[in-house]
Design a protein around this ligand. Structure first.
Ligand SMILES: Nc1ncnc2c1ncn2[C@@H]1O[C@H](COP(=O)(O)OP(=O)(O)OP(=O)(O)O)[C@@H](O)[C@H]1O
Ligand SMILES: [Mg+2]
Length: 153
């Protein structure tokens, strides 16, 4: 059977993945604008990157680093929620998730679990390697997402 044609008007739930980077913030701005336009629910997710924590920090520093990343994530989420409220997205339409694990897995898992209609992500994130067209989290989300993905520069 043919896939149904994607229709913006049917988008009820939008998931925006934010990592605190400028590009992630651009993605959030776009997601807020679309949520407002379509009167859709906006779910904001920040993933505390467990693999990065394990690779970068010594065992003795890891717990402290995780606490710090959670704070960064919560601040990032709160900022986006504030922006959404300023843009008059209804409180009842806003949801925030501070997840933990591999970022792409958590984003895709949440999209499946919440039956998300559209994922919004940035092309790049915190690392923003020179001359890389698109980051690895963005690539994997596009590959495994259960729904269309809007990638914002
Ligand atoms: N930890 C995270 N939590 C939520 N969203 C994330 C996270 N990491 C990345 N993203 C989303 O994916 C987008 C692209 O980031 P990505 O991590 O792929 O690029 P990068 O950091 O430049 O490169 P890489 O991580 O591959 O070295 C971000 O703008 C954001 O929307
Ligand atoms: Mg990254």
């Amino acid at each position: 059977m043919q896939e149904p044609v994607f229709n913006f008007e049917n988008v009820r739930k939008i998931l925006v993945a934010a990592d605190g980077s400028d590009c992630g913030m651009h993605a959030a701005e776009q997601a807020i604008g679309i949520a407002k336009l379509l009167d859709a629910q906006l779910i904001v997710v920040y993933v505390v990157d467990e693999i990065a924590l394990d690779q970068v920090f010594k065992v003795s520093e890891r717990d402290e680093a995780e606490k710090e990343l959670k704070k960064v994530g919560q601040r990032c989420i709160n900022y986006i929620l504030e922006q959404a409220k300023k843009e008059c997205v209804k409180n009842t339409s806003l949801l925030a998730k501070l997840a933990k694990g591999r970022p792409f897995e958590q984003i895709v898992h949440l999209a499946k679990q919440l039956k998300i209609d559209l994922i919004v992500i940035g092309t790049h994130g915190q690392r923003r390697a020179e001359r890389v067209l698109i980051g690895s989290v963005a690539q994997k989300v596009i590959e495994y997402a259960p729904c269309p993905v809007l990638v914002v520069k």
